[in-house]
Design a protein around this ligand. Sequence first.
Ligand code: ZN
Length: 135
Amino acid sequence: MKEGYFTIPDDPAAVPNVVVSKCRDCGEHFFPKRLVCAKCLSRRLDAVEVPARGTLYSYTWVYMPLFGSMRIEHMDGYGVGQIDLPEGPRVQLPLAGKKDDYRVGISLVGEVEPLREDAGRDVCILRFRPAGSAA
Ligand SMILES: [Zn+2]
């Protein structure tokens, strides 16, 4: 995961934004960001922010500790979901909580999770959880 693919809101309760590319010519959105539109081959793409929320398309559970995480909740494995954003792109990002919390087709919202402190700086990831559940 690269830096700059999401933004951290000032309000911790707010939904973070995902940074996507929007084609100026055909209006298509892409994630991760790209330089050339996959639909019309235009190079006029703008980075735009869209709220991290969408519908779960599919998911898998990985039974190994989340890379780089020192937190005990990650030691039992973690989920990775493919989430369809309303704007069109399908993003692949970690899922919070347990496998039983997820079903294909449910609504998800993004949240920023600090993984660990790195030289005094929080390393955060963007992950998704079921909409309406407690963080
Ligand atoms: Zn285009």
